[in-house]
Design a protein around this ligand. Structure first.
Ligand SMILES: *Cc1c(COP(=O)(O)O)cnc(C)c1O
Length: 638
């Protein structure tokens, strides 16, 4: 179905272009000459590992697909990059403040993520951001570096405030950021009781708003933070208590995945004025926290588009440093330390969802019989004429006629005027016409609107062994686009087009929007399935936000998780394997008790024995199967 110059041999470079892997893969993901997707977490290509090799290793260890693969080196590299880029900008501009990165736990709360970031990030004094008590408790348990920042955002009750103040007493650089005016009173009161001078930050609502999915965090109507008059009230309150010296940090968060660098710059400009104002009021300050928002280029287009960004990491860092420096210099204020709370950009690249294709269904119609039965209805003969006469010139007319006859035939069928076989024949001819039209579409100068859906209507459905709701919830909930592609056979030309359906019984359980260098595709080029051979696909860049937002739709549970570390020589080790939920696990989540379930089924089986429906031996077999089912993986097992 895919056109290609038949003289030209398909190469892995064609696949690389087609799937955009060298654009969104940013060097971490590419294709090797064998046609396999490879991961290269280090600068040196020698250390590449192919995904099919990793899958073989996963299978050897007895784990089934789907598997969430985490590559811990990628996490390390991303932290390194962020610090390198900021440090370079600081050096280039002669900025006198420091860069202090913190990782917002909510973006991926998994223990191994937080552990890896604090361990590896130690050399950069990389800290953590917590947005709730649970996140703060997790953060405190991993933070040891007194120079790394611990930022406490989110709404705070007494317990939260006390925890933050204790962290400070323990020697951690812990800031309590005021999100609501009433929190200040509470902090001052608790600090007095506990006997510690708090480090206080204020989160502000900026007037600046950004484009993108998650912009509600910014702007006047943002639910978070203080508006400017509330900021001045807070300053007055601090002055009244003789605590203004505790005000050290200004924070804002414009929203996540900000595609346009101009919005980022505008926000910094506005925040700098507030910062300068607070210094003018007599607060010591010292820290400017610009929040998250650093975007991931999911589609690799490098454009001002919700799934992309129109800037590089270098530009992001340079713009922030330069903008802050200009404002501060003009007011003769010392350069603040810059904190960013980059979550998405830090963890997105680190996880890949791997799954196998279980089956497919195709719209490719049966051949039209060479001879139609003698009593074939007039309407069907007319339709066949449309098929035979179709050309580029009369394409629109043929389309109209074909749909007209099809609808007519369906009506006749409803009234019992034509048979089941005749209707089947009509549908076959109709789809042949649509297929012919689809082949002509690329030759048209102007494509009529009604042809837009043809490509996806003709696409195959590839059934993937995963759940969109569990593993890529944002794909369903907010139409976010993740790169999806086969992870092998990339030296072969993909000869089918498909949408990907998952194994939930939900019509929303599918992926039918795919990245394209120019806009978006409604189908994905894939290879035909081979008998007795698995076809593996990957959803990439799923490390941010997907894991804990995922749910148990259709009781498909957590997938198996495998973590690998690849060393510079290109060896790798499985550093962690986590078995996904068993059926009994997910049933327990929704308050079933597997033990009593077994008891009840046993009673039913015993009744069946008594009634002579099954033998006692058969009862044993039934019970064994039932119990094995409870222990099994919630996904399709081969
Ligand atoms: C969610 C959030 C972040 C993370 O944003 P990213 O765009 O993922 O980097 C940072 N700060 C705050 C306050 C947040 O709520």
């Amino acid at each position: 179905m895919i056109q290609k110059d038949s003289l030209e041999r398909w190469t892995i470079d064609h696949s690389a272009d087609l799937y955009g892997i060298r654009n969104w893969g940013t060097g971490y993901f590419d294709i090797n000459p064998k046609g396999d997707v490879i991961i290269t977490p280090h600068k040196d290509q020698k250390s590449s590992i192919s995904l099919p090799d990793i899958i073989a290793g996963i299978k050897d260890r007895g784990l089934e697909m789907p598997v969430l693969l985490r590559i811990s080196n990628i996490l390390d590299r991303q932290i390194c990059l962020l610090h390198d880029c900021f440090d370079q900008a600081i050096k280039n501009f002669g900025y006198t403040g420091k860069f202090k990165g913190v990782y917002p736990i909510k973006v991926n709360q998994q223990q191994q993520v937080v552990e890896e970031i604090t361990k590896f990030g130690d050399q950069f004094d990389h800290g953590l951001e917590a947005g709730s008590k649970a996140e703060l408790l997790a953060a405190i348990s991993f933070m040891t570096n007194p120079n790394a920042c611990l930022i406490c955002n989110g709404y705070k009750d007494e317990e939260y405030v006390d925890l933050g103040l204790s962290a400070l007493k323990l020697g951690l650089k812990c800031f309590l950021v005021i999100e609501m005016p009433s929190e200040l009173e509470l902090i001052l009161e608790r600090a007095k009781i506990i006997g510690v001078r708090p480090r206080i930050g204020i989160r502000i609502k900026l007037a600046t708003r950004a484009g993108g999915h998650w912009t509600e965090s910014g702007g006047d109507n943002s639910i978070f933070g203080l508006n400017i008059s509330q900021v001045t009230e807070a300053v007055d309150q601090l002055k009244k208590h003789g605590m203004l010296d505790c005000l050290q940090l200004l924070h804002y968060h414009l929203g996540s995945q900000i595609p346009n660098i101009r919005d980022i710059r505008n926000a910094v400009v506005e925040a700098c004025q507030v910062y300068a104002g607070l210094v003018g009021e007599g607060a010591p300050m010292g820290y400017l926290n610009t929040g998250g928002g650093l975007a991931v280029d999911y589609d690799g287009s490098h454009a001002n588009f919700i799934n992309s960004r129109n800037y590089t990491l270098d530009e992001y860092c340079a713009d922030i440093i330069e903008t802050v420096m200009e404002t501060m210099d003009s007011k003769e204020i010392p350069h603040p330390n810059i904190i960013t709370e980059s979550g998405r950009a830090t963890v997105a690249y680190y996880s890949v969802l791997l799954f196998n294709i279980l089956d497919f269904s195709t719209k490719t119609p049966m051949p039209i019989p060479a001879e139609l039965p003698a009593d074939t209805s007039e309407k069907i003969i007319n339709m066949l004429e449309v098929h035979d006469s179709l050309s580029l010139k009369n394409i629109q007319e043929c389309y109209n006629d074909a749909t007209f006859y099809r609808d007519d035939i369906r009506e006749m069928f409803k009234h019992g005027e034509i048979s089941l076989r005749e209707r089947a024949l009509a549908e076959t001819i109709f789809w042949h016409i649509i297929q012919k039209i689809n082949e002509e579409i690329p030759k048209l100068k102007h494509v009529p609107k009604e042809f837009n859906g043809i490509e996806s209507a003709l696409a195959d459905i590839y059934y993937g062994n995963f759940s969109v709701f569990q593993s890529v919830p944002d794909s369903w909930a907010i139409d976010q686009i993740f790169p999806v592609m086969p992870i092998h056979r990339l030296h072969e030309a993909p000869d089918r087009r498909a949408i990907i359906a998952d194994i939930t019984c939900d019509c929303d359980g599918k992926i039918d929007k795919f990245i394209d260098p120019h806009s978006m595709r409604s189908t994905l080029p894939v290879h035909h399935l081979k008998d007795g051979e698995e076809y593996y696909m990957g959803v990439f860049l799923v490390g941010a936000y997907q894991e804990t937002l995922g749910d148990l739709h259709n009781l498909l549970g957590d997938t198996n998780v495998v973590t690998i570390r690849i060393n510079e020589e290109g060896d790798y080790e499985f550093t962690r394997e986590l078995e996904g939920d068993s059926v009994a696990d997910v049933l327990t989540y929704v308050e079933y008790n597997p033990k009593s379930m077994i008891q009840r089924v046993r009673a039913t089986a015993e009744r069946a024995v008594r009634q002579g429906l099954i033998t006692a031996q058969e009862r044993t077999t039934v019970m064994k199967a039932y119990e094995a089912g409870l222990r099994g993986y919630t996904y399709f097992e081969r």
